[in-house]
Design a binder for this molecule. Structure first.
Ligand code: IPD
Length: 300
């Protein structure tokens, strides 16, 4: 059977010189190393800009913010990666907001959030991160998230574990919702129906006697806290593939699971997720919450 266009592209990309494969048993080694260097570089820019004056604009809602630093960091990361890996593709928050298609193919693809927690960043609330994920054949290979104000570098590579500053990460093994600390994020929509569902979901978990529900303003860092075992579960409607890609590898490699809010397999483009240390916990959360419709990233 003739390979489809995407298969041909993926094969061509892998065959190309300088595609970032380290060869042998450690494919995509060079890419993972470059991602770490770029995340650290981007982190320095974000940390410096945090306390400076910012030009702030809005995107899909009054609570969906963007600054010149988001653009600067995204441009820096993409231009450096393009120089090194010219055959690779990119999905990135601000390029998508500017109208680029957000479609994941089989080609090696970088999935980038230049500043996750932009609202925090605008307010100088120091819970902000840069997130770089990488997928090949639609499978997530590695993720790098840098919490620049705390200088915490989270990394995960498929089959090779997850780490924070070289310390191995392990998720919590809690299975009982009445003993769980749960994380979520509000998402950008603020219309009355969405807010009603958002608060009703929190209420459902609190009625189920969860110990607490926390919102820290950065999906990627909340997901890293889950990967570290500092919380037992995470759920959200309205997060994007760039909020989720890197963190998904980190959580899986820390022993956790990341699924759709229906309880089925994760769909990176669906803008909905449940993650937990255990499958039992993830299913309890998925059963407790109601769906908030945000559409799909690849249909915008
Ligand atoms: C957002 C943050 C926020 C979450 C949104 C995300 P951004 O990312 O993680 O906490 O509620 O769903 O899109 O816009 O700061 O990169």
């Amino acid at each position: 059977m003739k390979p489809c266009k995407e298969e041909e592209e993926a094969a061509a990309a892998q065959a190309a010189a300088g595609d970032g494969r380290g060869g042998g048993a450690d494919p995509w080694k060079e890419c993972a190393e470059v991602a770490v260097q770029l995340a650290l570089r981007a982190g320095q820019i974000i940390k410096k800009a945090l306390t400076e004056e910012k030009r702030v604009s809005t995107k899909t809602s009054a609570a969906d913010l963007v600054t010149e630093t988001d653009h600067l960091v995204e441009d820096l990361i993409i231009s450096e990666l393009r120089k090194k890996f010219p055959s690779h593709r990119f999905i990135a928050e601000e390029s998508t907001a500017a109208g680029e298609k957000c479609v994941l193919t089989d080609s090696p693809t970088w999935i980038i959030d230049p500043i996750d927690g932009t609202c925090n960043f605008v307010h100088r609330f120091p819970t902000v991160a840069v997130s770089i994920g990488f997928a090949v054949n639609r499978e997530l290979e590695f993720g790098v998230i840098y919490h620049c104000t705390e200088e915490r570098l989270y990394t995960g590579r498929r089959g090779q574990g997850a780490f924070c500053n070289q310390q191995r990460l392990r998720v919590s093994r809690e299975t009982d919702l009445s003993k769980a600390l749960v994380l979520t994020e509000i998402g950008p929509k603020r219309d009355p129906d969405t807010l009603k569902l958002f608060f009703s979901n929190m209420e459902r978990l609190l009625h189920a006697k969860a110990h607490g529900v926390r919102v820290i303003g950065s999906s990627t860092l909340a997901l890293c806290l889950l990967a570290s075992g500092a919380a037992d579960a995470y759920y959200q409607f309205g997060l994007h593939c760039w909020d989720l890609a890197a963190a998904t590898v980190i959580i899986r490699e820390a022993g956790g699971i990341v699924i759709d809010t229906s309880g089925g397999p994760l769909d990176l483009m669906s803008c909905r997720v449940v993650a937990a240390g255990t499958r039992e916990m993830a299913m309890l959360i998925a059963q407790a919450i109601q769906t908030i419709n945000y559409g799909r990233d690849d249909e915008k």
